[in-house]
Design a protein around this ligand. Structure first.
Ligand code: PEP
Ligand code: MN
Length: 346
């Protein structure tokens, strides 16, 4: 590892850097005669970089060497493929997740699940616990919502992706969820990240709407550090200045993330745009930038839903998004994984 020390370093700050290096088993040598460039020789570990970064005397890490974080794409490390039921994300596999913003009742949830499955979705999304901006908005069907999702799983064989808001609910939500969704508002909730990490189940981690990509990756690192490498990153739009769209889909982030991490990346064109008519073009853009999947809000009667009706697309529109996904994936030799025939055993 190579550190750049502060020009104004005090004696005590230097001692702290050298002391930590000793404690972690590194030998040290200055490359510039004892001024700023300090090389550390030894065996790195994922936590070392952050421990040096936290010291007042360290201005920056010029080369992390093998003290690399777990999310990093390293030479020779294959893409992580996250498998959830019939779905697979990454390593050339593209998966489609679709469903309502929130589950409301058994009949509509089942109808939507079967409709999106028929058009190529392998996972059903649907919130039981909803993180709403206003405390007076519909907060989700909660425990009843989990029961509805369990029924959907049983009858359709779709894998269930649903949000967990509270570390205390990880057990109950995990009884039903095949993949935990961590929402944008909770991306930096470290207690929640640690708890889903311990649950050793796939996690769909949504980017905070004002999070840098390094913050996003370090949020994923919390889950990975628990020994759970089944993390899918979700770009869902960041906050911009223009009210024409709900958020701004950061397509560059998708391309960048695919370069720096082995983790799969998906795009949520629904929350990125906030407008049903923009979902298809943004889905196309995300896949063209390298996304390993999509998560899309679908509802046959958006006018009566309790949340995010203005961005929900209908069944036929989802069919078009799925067809686009197959075509775009095929352009670079990738494949959209299809749901197995209804009733077939896994
Ligand atoms: C959602 O998926 O319905 C949701 C609340 O998303 P986000 O956390 O990205 O706002
Ligand atoms: Mn929503």
């Amino acid at each position: 590892m190579l550190l750049r020390l502060r020009k104004t370093l005090t004696r005590a700050e230097l001692e702290a850097v050298l002391g930590l290096a000793r404690e972690l088993g590194y030998t040290t040598r200055f490359l510039d005669g004892g001024k700023e460039l300090l090389a550390l020789d030894g065996v790195g570990a994922p936590d070392h970089r952050a421990r040096f970064e936290d010291l007042a005397g360290v201005a920056g890490i010029l080369d992390a060497g093998d003290a690399h974080e777990l999310f990093e794409r390293r030479a020779g490390r294959p893409d992580t493929i996250v498998r959830v039921g019939d779905a697979a994300f990454g390593g050339g596999k593209v998966a489609l997740v679709a469903g309502p913003c929130a589950v409301e009742d058994v009949e509509s949830a089942l109808e939507i699940a079967l409709a999106v499955r028929e058009r190529g979705a392998t996972c059903m999304r649907g919130g039981a616990f909803k993180p709403r901006t206003s405390p007076y908005s519909f907060q989700g069907a909660r425990e009843r919502g989990l029961e509805i999702l369990a029924r959907v799983k049983l009858e359709t064989g779709l894998a269930i992706v649903t949000e967990v808001l509270d570390p205390r609910d990880v057990g109950a939500v995990g009884e039903v969820a095949d993949m935990f969704q961590i929402g944008s508002r909770n991306m930096q909730n470290s207690a929640l990240l640690i708890e889903v990490g311990k649950a050793k189940k796939p996690v769909l981690l949504k980017r905070g709407f004002a999070a840098t990509l390094r913050e996003f990756l370090l949020a994923a690192e919390y889950v990975l550090a628990q020994g759970n490498d089944q993390v899918v990153l979700c770009e869902r739009g960041i906050r911009g200045f223009d009210p024409s769209t709900r958020n701004v889909l950061d397509v560059g982030a998708v391309a960048h993330l695919k370069r720096v991490t082995h983790l799969p990346v998906v795009v949520d064109p629904s929350h990125a745009s906030g407008r049903a008519e923009l979902v298809r073009p943004l889905a196309r853009a995300g896949l063209a930038a390298g996304a390993d999947g999509l998560i899309v809000e679908v509802h046959p009667h958006p006018e009566v839903t309790h949340s995010d009706g203005e961005q929900a697309i209908g069944y036929d529109a989802f069919g078009l998004v799925a067809a686009d996904a197959r075509a775009i994936a095929a352009l670079d030799g990738r494949e959209v994984v299809a749901p197995r025939p209804l009733g077939a055993k896994r």
